[in-house]
Design a protein around this ligand. Structure first.
Ligand SMILES: [Fe+2]
Length: 126
């Protein structure tokens, strides 16, 4: 059974879906069940994925890669960054060539989770 804000991935076509109304027994794409993505929180490689949240200009800046920016190339990039609060989901949609970061007009104390999806390495959160 799907839950609000879960993210699902189609291993055949790459479709990514976020649940906005929970309760469906399953999601199917390309004729096969979609895979629920479990956000990773530990980055062992030199390439960093865990979102880093800092206060900036009255809101929060979420960076993918605290000190070293994640690549933003055609074949490997951060597709979206989201900030979740108790009642809202803020999402920035990124494209290759952009900086792997996004600013959101909310207080850091209201952030319950920050997450991002890398087209090669999946879902990550902090
Ligand atoms: Fe990556």
């Amino acid at each position: 059974m799907t839950q609000l804000r879960e993210v699902y991935f189609c291993e055949k076509c790459g479709n990514v879906v976020e649940i906005m109304n929970e309760g469906a027994p399953a999601l199917v794409c390309c004729g096969v069940p979609m895979v629920k993505l479990e956000a990773k929180t530990q980055d062992a490689s030199t390439e960093k994925h865990v979102p880093y949240v800092e206060e900036k200009d009255g809101g929060v800046l979420v960076k993918v890669g605290r000190n070293t920016a994640h690549p933003m190339m055609e074949k490997h990039y951060i597709k979206f960054i989201e900030v979740l609060t108790k009642e809202k989901v803020y999402r920035a949609e990124l494209t290759p060539g952009m900086a792997p970061e996004a600013w959101f007009p909310i207080k850091k104390g209201d952030v319950t989770e920050a997450r991002e999806w890398c087209n090669l390495h999946g879902l990550w959160k902090s």
